[in-house]
Design a protein. Structure first.
Length: 311
Protein backbone atom coordinates (compact mmCIF):
# COMPACT_ATOMS: atom_id res chain seq x y z
CA UNK A 1 0.00 0.00 0.00
CA UNK A 2 1.43 3.37 -0.82
CA UNK A 3 1.07 5.31 2.41
CA UNK A 4 2.19 8.62 3.79
CA UNK A 5 5.73 7.37 3.39
CA UNK A 6 7.34 6.13 0.21
CA UNK A 7 7.25 2.38 0.06
CA UNK A 8 11.09 1.98 0.44
CA UNK A 9 11.16 4.00 3.67
CA UNK A 10 8.13 2.20 4.99
CA UNK A 11 9.79 -1.12 4.13
CA UNK A 12 12.99 -0.03 5.90
CA UNK A 13 11.12 0.90 9.09
CA UNK A 14 9.19 -2.37 9.10
CA UNK A 15 12.41 -4.32 8.44
CA UNK A 16 14.10 -2.52 11.36
CA UNK A 17 11.18 -3.62 13.51
CA UNK A 18 12.14 -7.23 12.83
CA UNK A 19 15.85 -6.72 13.54
CA UNK A 20 16.70 -8.38 16.88
CA UNK A 21 19.45 -5.84 17.72
CA UNK A 22 17.17 -2.86 17.12
CA UNK A 23 14.42 -4.63 19.00
CA UNK A 24 16.42 -5.37 22.12
CA UNK A 25 18.03 -1.91 22.27
CA UNK A 26 14.83 0.02 21.81
CA UNK A 27 12.68 -2.19 23.99
CA UNK A 28 14.93 -1.46 26.97
CA UNK A 29 14.29 2.28 26.86
CA UNK A 30 11.40 2.80 24.49
CA UNK A 31 8.52 3.44 26.89
CA UNK A 32 10.45 6.42 28.23
CA UNK A 33 11.54 7.43 24.73
CA UNK A 34 8.08 8.21 23.46
CA UNK A 35 6.18 4.93 23.15
CA UNK A 36 4.07 6.12 26.09
CA UNK A 37 2.30 8.51 23.75
CA UNK A 38 0.79 5.55 21.92
CA UNK A 39 0.79 2.81 24.58
CA UNK A 40 -0.99 2.89 27.98
CA UNK A 41 1.79 1.35 30.06
CA UNK A 42 3.04 -2.19 30.31
CA UNK A 43 0.50 -3.83 32.66
CA UNK A 44 -3.24 -4.01 33.27
CA UNK A 45 -2.67 -1.90 36.43
CA UNK A 46 -1.14 0.86 34.30
CA UNK A 47 -3.79 0.45 31.61
CA UNK A 48 -6.94 0.79 33.76
CA UNK A 49 -6.44 4.44 34.84
CA UNK A 50 -5.82 5.36 31.18
CA UNK A 51 -9.05 3.58 30.19
CA UNK A 52 -11.01 5.46 32.87
CA UNK A 53 -9.52 8.77 31.78
CA UNK A 54 -10.23 8.00 28.10
CA UNK A 55 -13.87 7.35 28.96
CA UNK A 56 -14.00 10.54 31.04
CA UNK A 57 -12.98 12.40 27.85
CA UNK A 58 -16.04 11.01 26.09
CA UNK A 59 -14.57 8.02 24.24
CA UNK A 60 -15.39 4.33 24.37
CA UNK A 61 -12.29 2.13 24.68
CA UNK A 62 -11.01 -0.97 22.90
CA UNK A 63 -8.30 -2.63 25.00
CA UNK A 64 -5.45 -4.49 23.35
CA UNK A 65 -2.69 -6.39 25.09
CA UNK A 66 0.15 -5.96 22.62
CA UNK A 67 1.55 -9.12 21.13
CA UNK A 68 1.39 -11.41 18.11
CA UNK A 69 2.87 -14.55 16.55
CA UNK A 70 3.06 -16.47 19.82
CA UNK A 71 4.53 -19.96 19.45
CA UNK A 72 4.10 -21.25 23.00
CA UNK A 73 0.76 -22.89 23.88
CA UNK A 74 0.84 -21.89 27.58
CA UNK A 75 1.53 -18.29 26.62
CA UNK A 76 -1.54 -18.22 24.35
CA UNK A 77 -3.67 -19.37 27.32
CA UNK A 78 -2.17 -16.65 29.54
CA UNK A 79 -3.03 -14.07 26.90
CA UNK A 80 -6.63 -15.30 26.67
CA UNK A 81 -6.87 -15.16 30.49
CA UNK A 82 -5.71 -11.53 30.44
CA UNK A 83 -8.46 -10.63 27.97
CA UNK A 84 -11.04 -12.34 30.18
CA UNK A 85 -9.70 -10.38 33.16
CA UNK A 86 -10.06 -7.14 31.18
CA UNK A 87 -13.68 -7.90 30.29
CA UNK A 88 -14.43 -8.74 33.92
CA UNK A 89 -12.79 -5.51 35.10
CA UNK A 90 -14.82 -3.50 32.58
CA UNK A 91 -18.04 -5.10 33.83
CA UNK A 92 -17.13 -4.48 37.51
CA UNK A 93 -16.40 -0.81 36.82
CA UNK A 94 -19.18 -0.37 34.29
CA UNK A 95 -16.65 0.99 31.79
CA UNK A 96 -17.65 1.58 28.18
CA UNK A 97 -14.83 -0.65 26.94
CA UNK A 98 -14.41 -3.85 24.98
CA UNK A 99 -11.37 -5.81 23.75
CA UNK A 100 -9.63 -6.34 20.42
CA UNK A 101 -7.00 -9.00 19.92
CA UNK A 102 -4.89 -10.70 17.29
CA UNK A 103 -5.52 -14.37 16.63
CA UNK A 104 -1.77 -15.06 16.28
CA UNK A 105 -1.49 -13.83 19.89
CA UNK A 106 -3.79 -16.64 21.02
CA UNK A 107 -2.36 -19.45 18.91
CA UNK A 108 -3.24 -19.07 15.21
CA UNK A 109 0.37 -19.81 14.19
CA UNK A 110 0.35 -22.99 16.27
CA UNK A 111 -3.05 -24.41 15.37
CA UNK A 112 -6.29 -22.69 14.27
CA UNK A 113 -8.22 -24.97 16.65
CA UNK A 114 -6.14 -23.64 19.57
CA UNK A 115 -6.82 -20.05 18.50
CA UNK A 116 -10.52 -20.86 18.24
CA UNK A 117 -10.52 -22.49 21.68
CA UNK A 118 -8.77 -19.49 23.30
CA UNK A 119 -10.92 -16.96 21.45
CA UNK A 120 -14.03 -18.89 22.53
CA UNK A 121 -13.09 -18.46 26.21
CA UNK A 122 -12.89 -14.69 25.61
CA UNK A 123 -16.18 -14.76 23.69
CA UNK A 124 -17.89 -16.59 26.56
CA UNK A 125 -16.94 -13.86 29.05
CA UNK A 126 -17.87 -11.13 26.56
CA UNK A 127 -21.33 -12.67 26.23
CA UNK A 128 -21.72 -13.18 30.01
CA UNK A 129 -20.83 -9.54 30.64
CA UNK A 130 -23.01 -8.19 27.80
CA UNK A 131 -19.96 -7.00 25.89
CA UNK A 132 -18.40 -7.44 22.45
CA UNK A 133 -14.93 -8.06 21.05
CA UNK A 134 -13.22 -7.80 17.68
CA UNK A 135 -10.48 -9.92 16.21
CA UNK A 136 -7.91 -7.84 14.34
CA UNK A 137 -6.99 -8.75 10.78
CA UNK A 138 -3.31 -9.56 10.30
CA UNK A 139 -1.34 -10.42 7.14
CA UNK A 140 -3.31 -11.67 4.13
CA UNK A 141 -2.25 -15.28 4.70
CA UNK A 142 -4.42 -15.29 7.86
CA UNK A 143 -7.63 -13.98 6.31
CA UNK A 144 -9.32 -17.33 5.58
CA UNK A 145 -8.53 -18.74 9.02
CA UNK A 146 -9.64 -15.54 10.72
CA UNK A 147 -12.95 -15.52 8.88
CA UNK A 148 -13.48 -19.20 9.73
CA UNK A 149 -12.97 -18.46 13.45
CA UNK A 150 -15.24 -15.42 13.20
CA UNK A 151 -18.05 -17.50 11.70
CA UNK A 152 -17.69 -20.19 14.38
CA UNK A 153 -17.79 -17.63 17.21
CA UNK A 154 -20.58 -15.59 15.62
CA UNK A 155 -22.71 -18.70 15.53
CA UNK A 156 -21.89 -19.83 19.08
CA UNK A 157 -21.70 -16.50 20.95
CA UNK A 158 -23.21 -13.77 18.78
CA UNK A 159 -20.98 -11.01 20.14
CA UNK A 160 -17.93 -11.65 17.90
CA UNK A 161 -16.55 -9.05 15.53
CA UNK A 162 -13.88 -9.02 12.85
CA UNK A 163 -11.92 -6.64 10.62
CA UNK A 164 -11.64 -6.09 6.85
CA UNK A 165 -8.75 -4.23 5.20
CA UNK A 166 -9.59 -2.02 2.23
CA UNK A 167 -6.14 -2.58 0.68
CA UNK A 168 -7.01 -6.22 -0.05
CA UNK A 169 -8.68 -6.99 -3.38
CA UNK A 170 -10.73 -9.72 -1.73
CA UNK A 171 -12.33 -7.64 1.05
CA UNK A 172 -15.46 -6.63 -0.88
CA UNK A 173 -16.20 -10.29 -1.60
CA UNK A 174 -15.52 -11.19 2.04
CA UNK A 175 -17.84 -8.42 3.19
CA UNK A 176 -20.68 -9.48 0.89
CA UNK A 177 -20.26 -13.08 2.06
CA UNK A 178 -20.75 -12.09 5.73
CA UNK A 179 -23.59 -9.55 5.31
CA UNK A 180 -26.23 -12.17 6.04
CA UNK A 181 -24.73 -12.52 9.54
CA UNK A 182 -25.42 -8.81 10.33
CA UNK A 183 -21.70 -8.54 11.08
CA UNK A 184 -19.99 -6.58 13.82
CA UNK A 185 -17.27 -5.27 11.57
CA UNK A 186 -14.32 -2.89 11.69
CA UNK A 187 -13.09 -1.44 8.39
CA UNK A 188 -9.43 -0.37 8.18
CA UNK A 189 -7.07 0.45 5.32
CA UNK A 190 -4.51 -2.22 6.29
CA UNK A 191 -1.18 -1.95 8.08
CA UNK A 192 1.05 -4.66 6.58
CA UNK A 193 3.24 -4.81 3.49
CA UNK A 194 1.35 -6.89 0.95
CA UNK A 195 2.24 -7.74 -2.66
CA UNK A 196 0.26 -6.15 -5.50
CA UNK A 197 -1.13 -9.58 -6.35
CA UNK A 198 -3.38 -9.35 -3.28
CA UNK A 199 -3.48 -5.64 -2.40
CA UNK A 200 -4.10 -2.33 -4.12
CA UNK A 201 -0.80 -0.53 -4.60
CA UNK A 202 -2.08 3.04 -4.81
CA UNK A 203 -3.43 5.03 -1.88
CA UNK A 204 -6.33 6.39 -3.94
CA UNK A 205 -7.40 2.81 -4.76
CA UNK A 206 -7.26 1.82 -1.09
CA UNK A 207 -9.28 4.91 -0.14
CA UNK A 208 -11.82 4.31 -2.90
CA UNK A 209 -12.26 0.72 -1.80
CA UNK A 210 -12.60 1.90 1.83
CA UNK A 211 -15.51 4.14 0.82
CA UNK A 212 -17.08 1.29 -1.17
CA UNK A 213 -16.85 -1.09 1.82
CA UNK A 214 -18.43 1.53 4.11
CA UNK A 215 -21.31 2.08 1.68
CA UNK A 216 -21.96 -1.65 1.42
CA UNK A 217 -21.70 -2.24 5.18
CA UNK A 218 -24.00 0.66 6.02
CA UNK A 219 -26.58 -0.56 3.50
CA UNK A 220 -27.06 -3.83 5.36
CA UNK A 221 -27.77 -5.00 8.90
CA UNK A 222 -25.00 -5.08 11.48
CA UNK A 223 -22.68 -2.68 13.27
CA UNK A 224 -19.72 -1.01 11.54
CA UNK A 225 -16.64 0.52 13.09
CA UNK A 226 -15.05 3.06 10.77
CA UNK A 227 -11.42 2.87 11.91
CA UNK A 228 -9.36 5.63 10.33
CA UNK A 229 -7.64 8.94 11.09
CA UNK A 230 -8.26 10.15 7.56
CA UNK A 231 -10.32 13.38 7.68
CA UNK A 232 -11.48 12.85 4.07
CA UNK A 233 -12.95 9.43 4.90
CA UNK A 234 -14.46 10.76 8.10
CA UNK A 235 -16.17 13.55 6.12
CA UNK A 236 -17.36 11.02 3.54
CA UNK A 237 -18.94 8.92 6.30
CA UNK A 238 -20.62 11.81 8.13
CA UNK A 239 -22.09 13.00 4.80
CA UNK A 240 -23.19 9.50 3.87
CA UNK A 241 -25.00 8.83 7.14
CA UNK A 242 -26.63 12.26 7.03
CA UNK A 243 -27.84 11.69 3.47
CA UNK A 244 -29.28 8.31 4.44
CA UNK A 245 -30.91 9.68 7.59
CA UNK A 246 -28.96 7.26 9.82
CA UNK A 247 -28.64 8.27 13.50
CA UNK A 248 -25.21 9.37 14.74
CA UNK A 249 -25.10 6.45 17.20
CA UNK A 250 -26.35 2.88 17.19
CA UNK A 251 -25.49 1.70 13.69
CA UNK A 252 -21.81 2.62 13.46
CA UNK A 253 -18.93 4.18 15.37
CA UNK A 254 -15.62 5.80 14.54
CA UNK A 255 -12.44 4.24 15.88
CA UNK A 256 -8.99 5.74 16.19
CA UNK A 257 -5.74 4.76 17.84
CA UNK A 258 -4.81 6.17 21.25
CA UNK A 259 -2.42 9.10 20.82
CA UNK A 260 -3.16 9.63 17.11
CA UNK A 261 -5.36 12.32 15.55
CA UNK A 262 -7.09 12.92 18.88
CA UNK A 263 -8.29 16.45 17.94
CA UNK A 264 -10.29 14.86 15.10
CA UNK A 265 -11.62 12.19 17.48
CA UNK A 266 -12.59 14.84 20.05
CA UNK A 267 -14.37 16.96 17.44
CA UNK A 268 -16.47 13.95 16.41
CA UNK A 269 -17.47 13.35 20.05
CA UNK A 270 -18.47 17.02 20.34
CA UNK A 271 -20.63 16.59 17.22
CA UNK A 272 -22.44 13.67 18.87
CA UNK A 273 -20.80 10.69 17.17
CA UNK A 274 -19.68 7.61 19.04
CA UNK A 275 -15.89 7.30 18.96
CA UNK A 276 -13.85 4.43 20.37
CA UNK A 277 -10.13 4.77 20.98
CA UNK A 278 -8.05 1.66 20.61
CA UNK A 279 -5.82 1.72 23.71
CA UNK A 280 -2.95 -0.78 23.65
CA UNK A 281 -0.73 -1.76 26.55
CA UNK A 282 1.89 -4.39 27.35
CA UNK A 283 5.63 -4.83 27.05
CA UNK A 284 5.50 -6.05 23.41
CA UNK A 285 4.97 -2.56 22.04
CA UNK A 286 7.86 -2.34 19.58
CA UNK A 287 6.26 -3.77 16.37
CA UNK A 288 3.10 -1.77 17.14
CA UNK A 289 5.10 1.43 17.44
CA UNK A 290 7.02 0.66 14.23
CA UNK A 291 3.75 0.26 12.30
CA UNK A 292 2.61 3.67 13.57
CA UNK A 293 5.97 5.22 12.63
CA UNK A 294 5.79 3.69 9.16
CA UNK A 295 2.36 5.26 8.70
CA UNK A 296 3.47 8.79 9.47
CA UNK A 297 6.88 10.51 9.43
CA UNK A 298 5.73 13.13 11.98
CA UNK A 299 5.50 10.34 14.54
CA UNK A 300 9.11 9.40 13.81
CA UNK A 301 10.12 13.00 14.58
CA UNK A 302 8.17 12.85 17.84
CA UNK A 303 9.85 9.61 18.85
CA UNK A 304 13.35 10.87 18.04
CA UNK A 305 12.80 14.19 19.85
CA UNK A 306 11.94 12.22 22.99
CA UNK A 307 14.83 9.84 22.41
CA UNK A 308 17.34 12.69 22.25
CA UNK A 309 15.91 14.78 25.08
CA UNK A 310 18.13 14.66 28.20
CA UNK A 311 16.41 13.16 31.23
P1 LIG B 1 -3.86 7.03 6.15
O1 LIG B 1 -2.64 6.28 6.58
O2 LIG B 1 -4.27 6.94 4.73
O3 LIG B 1 -3.67 8.55 6.50
C1 LIG B 1 -4.69 9.51 6.26
C2 LIG B 1 -4.56 10.66 7.26
O4 LIG B 1 -4.78 10.19 8.58
C3 LIG B 1 -3.18 11.29 7.31
O5 LIG B 1 -3.03 12.27 6.32
C4 LIG B 1 -3.16 11.86 8.71
O6 LIG B 1 -3.86 13.06 8.75
C5 LIG B 1 -3.88 10.83 9.50
N1 LIG B 1 -2.99 9.75 10.06
C6 LIG B 1 -2.88 8.49 9.61
N2 LIG B 1 -2.02 7.77 10.34
C7 LIG B 1 -1.55 8.59 11.28
C8 LIG B 1 -0.63 8.43 12.33
N3 LIG B 1 0.00 7.27 12.57
N4 LIG B 1 -0.37 9.51 13.10
C9 LIG B 1 -1.00 10.67 12.89
N5 LIG B 1 -1.90 10.88 11.90
C10 LIG B 1 -2.17 9.86 11.11
N6 LIG B 1 -4.75 -2.50 10.41
C11 LIG B 1 -4.78 -3.80 10.10
O7 LIG B 1 -4.16 -4.23 9.13
N7 LIG B 1 -5.52 -4.67 10.87
C12 LIG B 1 -6.27 -4.27 11.94
O8 LIG B 1 -6.94 -5.08 12.58
C13 LIG B 1 -6.23 -2.88 12.27
N8 LIG B 1 -6.94 -2.40 13.33
C14 LIG B 1 -7.03 -1.04 13.52
C15 LIG B 1 -7.86 -0.53 14.52
C16 LIG B 1 -8.03 0.83 14.65
C17 LIG B 1 -8.94 1.37 15.72
C18 LIG B 1 -7.34 1.73 13.76
C19 LIG B 1 -7.56 3.21 13.84
C20 LIG B 1 -6.48 1.23 12.82
C21 LIG B 1 -6.29 -0.14 12.69
N9 LIG B 1 -5.42 -0.66 11.74
C22 LIG B 1 -5.46 -2.01 11.47
C23 LIG B 1 -4.43 0.23 11.07
C24 LIG B 1 -4.95 0.71 9.72
O9 LIG B 1 -4.95 -0.35 8.80
C25 LIG B 1 -4.05 1.84 9.16
O10 LIG B 1 -2.74 1.36 9.01
C26 LIG B 1 -4.01 3.07 10.02
O11 LIG B 1 -5.25 3.36 10.59
C27 LIG B 1 -3.56 4.28 9.17
O12 LIG B 1 -4.48 4.49 8.13
P2 LIG B 1 -5.58 5.66 8.15
O13 LIG B 1 -6.88 5.08 7.72
O14 LIG B 1 -5.65 6.25 9.50
O15 LIG B 1 -5.15 6.71 7.06
Amino acid sequence: MSSLLDRPLRTAILAAANNPLVRSGVSRYGMKLGAGRFVAGESIEEFMPVARETQRRGFAVAATLLGESVSDVDETRTVAAEYRALLEAFARENLDANVAFKLTHVGLDIDPELALENAATIAAVARETGNTFRMDMEQSRYVDRTLWIYRELRQRYGCAGFVLQSYLHRSETDLRATLALAPNLRIVKGAYLEPSTVAFAQKHEVDENYRRLVEIALSAEGYTAIATHDPAIVAFVTNLVASRGLPKRGRFEFQMLYGIAEPLAASLVRRGYRVRLSVPYGDFWFPYLMRRLAERPANLGFFLRHALRPR
